[in-house]
Design a protein around this ligand. Structure first.
Ligand code: ADP
Ligand code: 5GP
Length: 207
């Protein structure tokens, strides 16, 4: 089990269908204290998705009210819907020294990396070995209609252009290998020097 002495943020991005949710389920088996950031979205729930568990599903008006009230650490329009991360639960989880996990798009990663929480952030871009494999996964997952899938594929082609903005990359081909790699990235995320007080560590070391 990995444990943490300071809160940290791990951002996962990557084309819809690359396997982020699948890999996260594997990661949770290895982490002691984590909090998955439940985003708010205006997209309709998929079959099997639950409000407050997968997302907070709201109307466009409710989302725009949240923007006006400054509730979001970041938000973006993705595939024609709003998606955003509420700040308050993130601060609570960091205060409890948890690894806070975000599944957000490349626009969201840009914003969080420039935010006041940047010192906590490690980011990883996850993708399939090829566009063809992504298409196969999206169609065989069968959770979206063809129009939605086509939109996601178009967006994927744009998103992969941003891989250099990330700290790490994982090609999710073999699931077991990619899972091990994600555990490694999570471990590194929790060891960033920026998470620790140098003065405290040095004083302790000298005493
Ligand atoms: P995301 O959360 O990134 O949208 P999912 O985790 O829902 O993606 O994965 C999309 C589909 O691909 C699912 O049907 C999942 O079972 C499958 N999948 C995930 N990883 C792999 C893998 N390494 N090899 C084959 N299929 C995979
Ligand atoms: P999906 O509709 O497949 O659940 O998610 C579509 C995309 O929206 C994914 O790329 C996912 O990472 C992104 N996303 C989900 N939540 C958020 C969020 O809170 N903020 C941002 N910027 N993107 C998000």
């Amino acid at each position: 089990m990995i444990s943490l002495e300071s809160g940290a943020i791990l951002i996962l991005s990557g084309p819809s269908g690359c396997g982020k949710s699948t890999l996260l389920k594997e990661l949770y088996k290895s982490i002691d204290k984590y909090y998955f950031s439940i985003s708010t979205t205006t997209r309709a729930p998929r079959v099997g998705e639950k409000d407050g568990l997968d997302y907070f599903f709201v109307t466009k008006e409710q989302f725009e009210e949240g923007i006006k009230n400054g509730e979001f650490l970041e938000y973006a329009e993705v595939h024609g819907n709003y998606y955003g991360t509420s700040l308050k639960p993130i601060l609570n989880a960091l205060g409890e020294n948890k690894l806070v996990i975000f599944d957000i798009d490349v626009q969201g990663q840009d914003i969080v990396k420039k935010s006041e929480l940047s010192k906590y952030v490690t980011s990883v871009f996850i993708t399939t070995p090829s566009l063809e494999v992504l298409k196969t996964r999206l169609y065989s997952r069968a959770t979206d209609n063809n129009d939605v899938i086509e939109k996601r594929i178009k967006n994927a082609v744009i998103e992969v252009e941003s891989i250099n903005k990330y700290d790490y990359i994982i090609i999710n081909d073999d699931l077991q290998k990619a899972s091990r790699e994600l555990v490694g990235v999570a471990q590194s995320a929790m060891l960033k020097t920026s998470l620790f007080s140098k003065d405290y560590i040095v004083a302790n070391w000298l005493s």
